[in-house]
Design a protein around this ligand. Structure first.
Ligand code: BTN
Length: 242
């Protein structure tokens, strides 16, 4: 597979989309030292300073219907969490749908985008942003209670970014082949065992409403199940979780 390294891009997502439209093969990875317009979920900005983190996008071409694509986000969350733990020995967890937390603070995020026709996926572009070597002074003060980096969780001692990305890509590859062969079942179990969200009382803020309840688990499709006080279950497809 090719790994394309760029010093500076608008967003590795944009570069990967363009490559995919031009037929780039599955497994192509675009890594950038810095992004001028890093994209987060829900149109948020993703801060991507030079040299401190990993900002990369991966092209996959699974033969699935678009509804199955969210499973790949959860698969990636599992792989990133495991890759971090393997490369650094630091305990990491997943917050639904796809934030990676250390000590309850966000250290990585995943953004999944699709190129699809109505009935089939042409390409899935999975973007991963991971804070690695930032020190406290690199974060805006208001972010410090919510965000962290691997180095900050390691008494300030930095890591080799190459070791971390290689552990993560290896895990993504393993789980992706598992997914193509056996489906989502094992990945769902692994996701639930790594997730902080499950078994807790949470509040989900969706586009249209705010719902509180007990996070019971995720469905086979990666939808979050929220059991409300009145005993009914709400299906949460997309939300911010508090
Ligand atoms: C989130 O938590 O909101 C998702 C953040 C995803 C950021 C990564 S960095 C590499 C790739 N390129 C982008 O512009 N965004 C993703």
């Amino acid at each position: 597979h090719s790994i394309i390294y760029k010093k500076e891009v608008t967003s590795t997502q944009e570069v990967a989309h363009e490559l995919a439209r031009n037929g780039a093969e599955e497994g192509t990875v675009v890594v950038a030292e810095t992004q001028q317009k890093g994209k987060g979920r829900l149109n948020r900005e993703w801060h991507s300073p030079s040299g401190t983190g990993l900002w990369f996008s991966l092209i996959l071409r699974p033969d699935v219907i678009p509804q199955k694509a969210p499973q790949l986000t959860l698969l990636t969350a599992v792989a990133v969490t495991e890759g971090i733990m393997e490369a650094t020995g630091i305990q990491a967890q997943i917050k639904w749908p796809n934030d990676i937390l250390i000590d309850d603070k966000k250290t990585a995020g995943i953004l999944t985008e699709m190129q699809s026709e109505p009935d089939r996926v042409q390409a899935v572009i999975i973007g991963i942003g991971l804070n690695i070597n930032q020190q406290a002074e690199h974060f805006p003060a208001e972010l410090l209670t919510k965000a962290t980096s691997l180095a900050l969780e390691n008494d300030g001692t930095t890591f080799q970014r190459a070791d971390v990305i290689s552990a993560i890509l290896k895990r993504i590859e393993q789980w992706y082949f598992h997914f193509l062969q056996y489906g989502f079942k094992e990945i769902r179990k692994r996701w639930e065992s790594l997730a902080v969200t499950i078994g807790k009382e949470i509040t989900a803020v969706t586009m249209t409403k705010t719902v509180s309840g007990l996070a019971e688990g995720i469905t086979e499709d990666g939808v979050l199940l929220l059991k409300k006080q009145d005993g009914t279950t709400e299906y949460i497809y997309s939300a911010d979780i508090d």
